[in-house]
Design a protein around this ligand. Structure first.
Ligand code: GLU
Length: 475
């Protein structure tokens, strides 16, 4: 049987590092086993849906490269893939359960049912008043269209319901702790647990991989799988993701939203890599993994149970490693749109060379704005004054003149040639090492420490490089 996984978000907010992890694991697991990944939008909780909720989820998943084989915009044999379009199927399953005696209408009000007057899903302490209702009375009240919910008749043939979870193992829940829960509301909408199970059966889902928050729903769901005559899927609950402050992430956690990560210039593959390490580890403990490597190595037996905490430093490190693997051309393409043109209106004629000079300093594409000032100071007047100060020393001035002379004759403005030219200039001026390099670097970037001189000069370009040296040379 081929693997079929699904990600089933509710369009109630943007995806963040915590909840996108379930999408990543489902996608990677399906790819690792040559299976199918389905996107299902659980939009039945109308009050909680937000405008653009679905659109933003699709956008974020696409950006991460987590494409789906079946979903709201990709037709498939089990559609539609939005729960709001599946009411007929749900109704037919409710009817089927009613007919088989696995569910019954409940007319209880708050006092009688000891629960919420809206007769919505309330999970504890149902009095059971309508369970044994006389069939004639039940039918009469149904015919009179008396408001009611439909409850699932929790089977009492076993004292416990046991679930097998790939991560958390075998867990048993006393059946007495599970009330006859509501599967269909007064207005005909089915509840979360029922909709999910009907869909997972209909969509032939083989593996349900989701956050551990849903573990407590699982006993109810397996009872429904059994009652609907379906084989239970494999369940794998992923450990809790906590924020950097050790607190639970909420859906409104803007700081960790995928949209924010994209805006901050994290590469999509780095985000995917980082979230895949939230509760899972590579068999060889490798931490920097491409999408393909992740897809090849993802397995449920390496998912742990312990809570995982977001670590911004580690995330930046993962991102930095991914950036380091980009080709220069690829990096330039990504970095270019992030350059803050108000701060850096002119970055010379050769952006590739600029980025090549600065690339080892970048952990995200947006970091470029923290480093461009090195080559292109925002306060040009001050930079010029600093240069003039360097040339005041007559010995340094002599060195700079020699360097200018050598550089001016260069035919190829390339790192290696530039390096050779500077060393030759040093020889003719009688200086080497720090005595040669430090003043030249101070002239070029205002600091003795920094990238290699050849790299700096390639980044600046011949014209700008020589102009800066010129400005430092005293007459
Ligand atoms: N719609 C549920 C949620 O957003 C997911 C349900 C599931 O994965 O079973 O939490």
């Amino acid at each position: 049987m081929s693997v079929r996984t699904r990600f089933a978000p509710s369009p109630t907010g943007r995806l963040h590092l915590g909840n996108v992890r379930a999408a990543a694991f489902n996608w990677l697991f399906s790819k690792s086993s040559g299976g199918v990944f389905i996107l299902r939008i659980e939009d039945t909780d109308i009050e909680r849906n937000v405008d653009e909720g679905e659109g933003s989820i699709l956008e974020d998943l696409r950006w991460l490269g987590l494409d789906w084989d079946e979903g709201p915009d990709v037709d498939g044999p089990h559609g539609p893939y939005r729960q709001s379009g599946r009411s007929e199927l749900y109704a037919s399953k409710v009817d089927r359960l009613m007919e088989s005696g696995g569910a019954y209408p409940c007319f209880c009000t708050e006092e009688e049912g000891q629960e919420d007057p809206r007769l919505e899903e309330v999970t504890h302490q149902y009095s059971g008043a309508c369970r044994g209702l006389d069939p004639d009375e039940r039918n009469a009240r149904l015919s009179a269209e008396e408001p009611h919910v439909i409850r699932f008749l929790v089977p009492q043939n076993h004292p416990e319901v046991t679930i097998q979870d790939e991560v958390f193992g075998s867990i048993s829940f006393p059946i007495n702790d599970i009330d006859d829960f509501v599967i269909c509301r007064t207005d005909g909408r089915v509840t979360y647990n029922f909709g999910v199970v009907v869909d997972d059966i209909d969509m032939e889902i083989t593996h349900v991989i989701r956050g551990v928050g849903h573990l407590s729903n699982t006993p109810k769901q397996v009872l429904l799988f059994d009652a609907l005559g379906a084989i239970r899927p494999v369940f794998a609950h992923l450990p809790t993701v906590l924020g950097p402050d050790g607190r639970k992430l909420s859906k409104r956690e803007g700081a960790t939203s995928i949209q924010e990560m994209k805006a901050q210039g994290y590469p999509a593959d780095a985000v995917l890599n980082y979230v895949s390490l939230l509760g899972w580890s590579h068999p060889e403990e490798k931490e920097i993994l491409s999408k393909e490597e992740l897809a090849a190595s993802m397995s449920l037996d390496r998912v742990g149970r312990s809570d995982c905490q977001l670590d911004p430093d580690k995330f930046r490190w993962v991102s930095q490693q991914h950036l380091a693997q980009h080709s220069l051309q690829e990096l330039v393409g990504h970095v270019r749109p992030f350059i803050d043109r108000d701060r850096f209106p002119d970055t010379g004629d050769n952006l590739s060379a600029v980025i090549d000079t600065l690339r080892t300093r970048l952990s995200t594409y947006n970091d470029i704005n923290d480093h461009l000032g090195l080559l292109f100071p925002e306060d040009k007047v001050r930079a010029e004054l600093l240069r003039k100060e360097v040339g005041v020393d007559p010995e340094v001035n002599r060195t700079l003149i020699a360097v200018r002379e050598k550089l001016q004759t260069l035919e190829r403005w390339e790192e290696k040639e530039i390096g050779t030219a500077i060393r030759e200039a040093g020889t003719s001026a009688g200086v080497k090492g720090a005595e040669l390099f430090h003043p030249v670097r101070r002239v070029l970037i205002g600091s003795e420490k920094g990238p290699d001189l050849g790299k700096i000069l390639v980044g600046l370009g011949m014209g700008e490089g020589i102009t800066r040296i010129d400005q430092a040379i005293g007459e």
